[in-house]
Design a protein. Structure first.
Length: 254
């Protein structure tokens, strides 16, 4: 397993392999040819940055059995999703300012699939070869905006505000997603804990289905959807999304 991290050091952006509490700095292309520079930095000496910069984040809805049953939904035949814009991306450690007009934000801890190769019209058998690794995602939502107009559910606006798509802290490769569990903590108190094995559309099928007519680019993130336990973020609270093998995505919401 390799854990790739982005960082800022002395005003410069870089990436490397996170090994315990140090970063083996690399050069080249994260999703192509790269090699160590010979420089090793203590994690404490850098600011954690996004581990990649997606062209888009695809966010799933109704993709976990427990939540489907709780809400009385039907099983989807194809992925139900929206696309979060780049202004939502924030690294672990960033503070997210929640606009007063948006009301209280809601947390949604999720697994993120990171695409490693350009993908279009894949079969399910081909899909695994296009997955680079996995990350933690907090798919933040403004409930007040979502249903403010009875004529139109505002998914894109409610989930597309600045800072409403944090992900990281790393991209981990070599993991079996079916063995992973997502935990979400608010001010240290566990609010969500659910297995990825409960996903209605597993990773290979999900990537293949999303690629039909929609090109997936290296670095794109697929937020796999959340399960039961999503709820409001108190002002000033810190939300941690924890996935063993990946790490902890931690952000304060002011």
């Amino acid at each position: 397993m390799t854990r790739w991290i982005g960082f800022v050091h002395d005003g410069r952006h870089g990436f490397g392999r996170l090994e315990a509490e140090r970063i083996v700095v690399c050069e080249g292309d994260l999703f192509g040819e790269n090699s160590p520079t010979g420089q090793v930095l203590p994690l404490a000496d850098v600011r954690v940055d996004l581990p990649c910069r997606p062209s888009k984040m695809i966010a799933l809805w109704n993709n976990f059995g427990a939540l489907m049953e709780k809400q009385g939904l039907s099983r989807p035949e194809a992925p139900l999703f929206l696309i979060k814009p780049a202004n939502t991306y924030r690294p672990s450690g960033a503070v997210v300012a929640v606009p007063e007009a948006s009301g209280r934000a809601l947390y949604e801890g999720e697994l993120g699939i990171v695409i490693g190769k350009t993908a279009r019209d894949l079969t399910e058998e081909e899909a695994a070869d296009h997955v680079f690794g996995f990350t933690c995602v907090n798919d933040v939502t403004s409930a007040a905006i979502l249903k403010a107009d009875a004529s139109f559910t505002q998914w894109a606006r409610a989930k597309g505000l600045d800072g409403f798509g944090p992900f990281g802290p790393v991209i981990a490769t070599g993991l079996d997603p079916q063995a992973l569990n997502v935990r979400t903590l608010v001010n240290g108190r566990e609010r969500q804990s659910f297995p990825i094995s409960d996903m209605l559309i597993p990773v290979p099928r999900l990537v293949a289905q999303l690629s039909q007519g929609l090109t997936l680019e290296p670095g794109d993130v697929i937020a796999c959807g959340t399960s039961v336990g999503s709820g409001p973020i108190p002002k000033g609270a810190t939300v941690d999304v924890v996935i063993e093998g990946i790490g902890t995505l931690s952000n304060r919401f002011d």
